[in-house]
Design a protein around this ligand. Structure first.
Ligand code: SF4
Ligand code: SF4
Length: 311
């Protein structure tokens, strides 16, 4: 549903301007299940063209590789998707579940859920790593939980036009996944001077204590704002890393795991020894106007952070 928030262009404009015949969408289509089944069979018989297949949600392989935990018309959805994927010019995984398995594949993964072409960060999910669509590309992974509306709709437009889509090593479109959530965050000046909040509600950075994964998460959330207005970190919540193949990490997502005072995961590409030296100097140089603004009361998150801190 997040794609309905797209503004530049909107989903409606995309469908209209590019003369898209939307064959089926779970929320927008009025087709009956029988009509959907007939459409699928026409595509698989080669009687109906399929330019772009967009898949949302993880693929359940269980139980025992049958896929019957998730079936439709008496057939495992994994088999239906395979048949459709082999007919499509381009296949797009919309969201982290379809791309890597996401929430459905977390923990003990009782449904044996995978992404379309990845099992979390390992190549090969429902489809083999060497699989390519008729247009010559692997599954295009527009990761996110939910995926960013601009990323979804602009990738869709590129596929409709048959335009080249540069992919990163996780087959995500490089245009949307080569920057971090940290870029453009309004809390960056606080991060720079190591002014870190210990409780929610202030203007400071959320990296050291409150679980923010913005410096390690590749997404455009702070450079193309959601609904043209805001982002998680702008609204005071940490980035929880939803575009990563290992999302969600098995930990309290509102607490930063640390070794001593330093987070386990440092900003992408930063060396630990240099980071520690820089942080010490930065805090001493912080101007008065950047002092913590949140009431530094002991919240549950703070208490847990301190427990982790103390080993
Ligand atoms: S809150 Fe997160 S994204 Fe924002 S500056 Fe701090 S670490 Fe970066
Ligand atoms: S801020 Fe982080 S967790 Fe939130 S949508 Fe963006 S990438 Fe996902």
């Amino acid at each position: 549903m997040a794609i309905l928030c797209a503004e530049n262009p909107s989903l409606h404009d995309t469908l209209t301007n590019y003369n898209v015949d939307l064959l089926w969408h779970p929320s927008l289509s009025t087709a009956t299940p029988r009509e959907l089944e007939a459409t699928i069979e026409r595509i698989c018989a080669g009687e109906q063209e399929l330019t772009v297949l967009c898949v949302e949600g993880a693929i359940a392989l269980g139980p025992d590789g049958t896929g019957m935990f998730d079936s439709m018309f008496g057939e495992a959805k994994m088999d239906i998707i395979k048949r459709l994927a082999d007919r499509a010019q381009f296949v797009i995984a919309m969201g982290t579940c379809a791309a890597f398995g996401g929430v459905s594949a977390a923990g003990c993964n009782p449904t044996d859920s995978v992404g379309l072409q990845f099992r979390q960060s390992d190549p090969g999910g429902l489809l083999d790593p060497s699989w390519r669509s008729a247009g010559g590309l692997p599954v295009i992974n527009v990761a996110g939980c939910p995926a960013h509306p601009s990323s979804m709709v602009r990738t869709l437009v590129a596929a409709l036009l048959g335009a080249p889509v540069e992919l990163d090593p996780l087959n995500r479109p490089a245009e949307f996944f080569s920057t971090t959530v940290h870029r453009g965050c309004t809390r960056n000046e606080y991060h720079e001077y190591n002014v870190e909040e210990k409780a929610f509600g202030g203007d400071g950075c959320l990296f050291i204590n409150l679980g923010c994964q913005g410096p390690t998460t590749q997404a455009i959330c702070n450079t193309e704002l959601w609904n043209g207005e805001s982002s998680k970190t702008r609204a005071g919540a940490p980035c929880i890393g939803c575009t990563a193949p290992n999302f969600p990490k098995p930990q309290n997502l509102l607490v930063t795991l640390k070794v001593g005072p330093i987070p386990l995961s440092l900003p992408l590409g930063v060396k630990r020894a240099k980071y520690m030296a820089y942080k010490g100097l930065a805090r001493d140089a912080a101007p008065e106007r950047l002092q913590p603004t949140a009431p530094q009361a002991k919240t549950a998150a703070t208490a847990t952070a301190e427990e982790v801190d103390n080993g």
